[in-house]
Design a binder for this molecule. Structure first.
Ligand SMILES: Cc1cc2nc3c(=O)[nH]c(=O)nc-3n(C[C@H](O)[C@H](O)[C@H](O)COP(=O)(O)OP(=O)(O)OC[C@H]3O[C@@H](n4cnc5c(N)ncnc54)[C@H](O)[C@@H]3O)c2cc1C
Length: 410
C-alpha cells in the first residue's frame, strides 16, 4: 500500500514536495489555508518570478544549515529544476544568471505546478488551515486536524513558510506546529528588506537611485559588503544591495547590537583614490564655486547633501575651502556613515531569516525529533540572497522532502 502523505502549506515548497511525493508513489494531500495554492509565487520577481539562478552555491544562503544546503542542492539543484520545469513545458530565459519563465509571468510557474499537481492526482484542499498536528496511536502515525475534521497520515511535510508577506498566508503559524514536536525555532527576523536609519537628512534625498558600495558594521566590526543600485527613501536605505545585507542587520538589531552602514557614493574608488580624484579636480576646476565644481560627479541631490554635511556652502569657491572641510567632503563621498535603527516589517520583507533549527533535521529533511515529519522551504532556518535563491531552496527542499517521505525508512 502506498504511503499517505500530508503536505501542510501549498506554497512553492509544498507544491514541489507534493509533486515529487506523488511521483514517487505516495498518496498525497495538500492542505492550504488560502483559497488557492501558490499565492506568494504571483508576487515574486515583480510579477515575473525569478525562480532560480545559474550561479548557485551554498555561500548564497545563510542560516543554521549551511552543510545541509550543499547536500540538498547536490541532490536537486538548478539543473534538475530547469529540467523539471522544461519537462512540463515551461520555456525559460536568463538575465545575468537570473532565471525567469520566458513568458515573464509568475503565473506561468504557478500554472505549471497546478497542472502537474492535478496530473499526479494530488488532492488539494484549499481554504483548510491545519490547526493541530499530533502523533496518533498504532497505524495512525500523524493526525492532521483542521476545523471540524481530523485525518491520519504516515508522514507529514511541513511547508508553511516563514513570517514574510503574511498577506500571502505565511504568518509564522508553522513554527507553532513544529514546536509541538519540540523543535527549536530560531527567532525569525525580516530579511531582504529595507533598513530604517536615524539621520534626519533622508527626506532631502528620498527618491534618489544611485550606484553605491555598502559596508555593514555590527558593533563596529565590518560584517559584509555589497554593491549595486542604492535607493534612498525618506526613512533610510533600500534597493537590492540593502536587501542583501539586511538579514545581518536585522539579526544584530534583534540582539540589541549597534548597526551602521558605510555608504560609498564612489564605489570604484577606495578612500585614497577618492582623495586623489578630488585633488586632481581641484587643480582643474579650483576657480569654480562648489555647486559647479561638484556637478557631474554623482546625483546632484547627493552632492548637495554631502556638501551640507561637510559644512561647505554651494557658493564657496573650491580652491578657497579649508583643507579640513575639503577632506571631510572627500571622506563623505567614499564613506557616509548611517545608523540603522530598524528594518521594515515582515509585511514588506521578501523572506524571513530564522525558523526551524536545521541542526535538528537530517540531510533528507526529516525531523530528528519525530520520524516521518519532514520540512521544506522557508519554514527552515535557511534564507537565500535576492536573485532566485529562495525559490530555488523551495524547489530543492520540496523535491528532496517529497521523495524522502515516500522512499526513506522511518
Ligand atoms: C514580494 C516577494 C517577492 C519575492 N521574489 C522572489 C524572487 O523573485 N525569487 C525568489 O527566489 N524568491 C522570491 N521571494 C521569496 C520566495 O517567494 C519565498 O522564499 C518562497 O515562496 C517560500 O516558499 P514556501 O513554500 O516555503 O513558503 P510560502 O510561499 O510562504 O508558502 C507557505 C504556504 O503555507 C500556507 N500555510 C501556512 N500555514 C498553514 C496552515 N497551518 N495550514 C495550511 N496552510 C498553511 C500559506 O498560506 C502559504 O500558502 C519573494 C518573496 C516576496 C514576498
Amino acid at each position: 500500500m502506498s504511503r499517505r502523505i500530508a503536505v501542510i502549506g501549498g506554497g512553492a515548497a509544498g507544491m514541489m514536495a507534493a509533486i515529487w511525493a506523488a511521483d514517487s508513489g505516495g498518496t498525497v494531500t495538500i492542505y492550504e489555508k488560502n483559497d488557492r495554492v501558490g499565492k506568494k509565487i504571483l508576487s515574486t520577481g515583480n510579477g515575473r518570478c525569478n525562480f532560480s539562478n545559474e550561479n548557485m552555491a551554498p555561500l548564497f544562503f545563510h542560516g543554521s544549515g549551511t552543510a545541509l544546503i550543499g547536500k540538498v542542492l547536490s541532490e536537486f539543484g538548478v539543473l534538475q529544476t530547469k529540467a523539471f520545469f522544461s519537462s512540463l513545458g515551461m520555456r525559460m530565459k536568463e538575465r545575468s544568471g537570473y532565471l525567469y519563465p520566458a513568458s515573464d509571468q509568475a503565473s506561468t510557474v504557478l500554472d505549471i505546478l497546478r497542472y502537474e499537481l492535478a496530473r499526479k492526482g494530488v488532492a488539494v484542499h484549499t481554504g483548510e488551515a491545519v490547526r493541530d498536528l499530533s502523533c496518533g496511536k498504532g497505524k495512525e502515525k500523524f493526525l492532521v486536524a483542521r476545523q471540524g475534521a481530523r485525518e491520519s497520515y504516515d508522514a507529514v511535510i511541513l511547508s508553511c513558510g516563514g513570517c514574510a508577506a503574511p498577506n500571502t498566508g505565511s504568518d509564522g503559524n508553522g513554527f507553532r506546529l513544529a514546536g509541538q514536536f519540540g523543535h527549536r525555532i530560531i527567532t525569525p527576523v525580516p530579511a531582504l528588506v529595507a533598513l530604517r536609519c536615524k539621520e534626519k537628512f533622508y527626506k532631502q534625498v528620498a527618491g534618489v537611485r544611485c550606484d553605491a558600495g555598502l559596508t555593514l558594521f555590527v558593533a563596529g566590526e565590518p560584517v559584509c559588503e555589497e554593491r549595486g543600485e542604492l535607493q534612498l527613501t525618506d526613512y533610510g536605505i533600500s534597493g537590492i544591495p540593502v536587501f542583501q545585507i539586511s538579514r545581518f542587520a536585522a539579526r544584530a538589531l534583534q540582539e540589541r547590537k549597534p548597526v551602521t552602514v558605510r555608504i560609498s557614493f564612489l564605489p570604484d574608488f577606495d578612500g585614497a583614490a577618492c582623495e586623489s580624484f578630488f585633488k586632481a579636480r581641484l587643480r582643474q576646476q579650483g576657480e569654480d564655486s562648489m555647486d559647479v565644481f561638484l556637478t557631474g560627479i554623482v546625483n546632484k541631490k547627493i552632492s548637495q547633501l554631502l556638501l551640507k554635511l561637510a559644512g561647505i556652502r554651494e557658493t564657496e569657491q573650491a580652491k578657497g575651502i579649508p583643507t579640513a572641510a575639503f577632506e571631510k567632503l572627500c571622506r563623505l563621498y567614499s564613506g557616509l556613515e548611517t545608523e540603522v535603527v530598524g528594518t521594515n516589517g515582515f509585511d514588506k520583507a521578501q523572506v524571513s531569516a530564522g525558523g526551524v533549527d536545521c541542526r535538528e533535521v537530517s540531510d533528507r529533511l526529516m525531523s530528528k525529533r519525530q520520524p516521518g515529519l519532514f520540512f521544506a522551504g522557508e519554514i527552515l532556518d535557511i534564507d537565500g540572497l535576492c536573485g532566485g535563491y529562495n525559490l530555488q531552496w523551495a524547489w530543492s527542499s520540496g523535491a528532496v522532502a517529497g521523495k524522502a517521505a515516500v522512499y526513506d525508512s522511518y
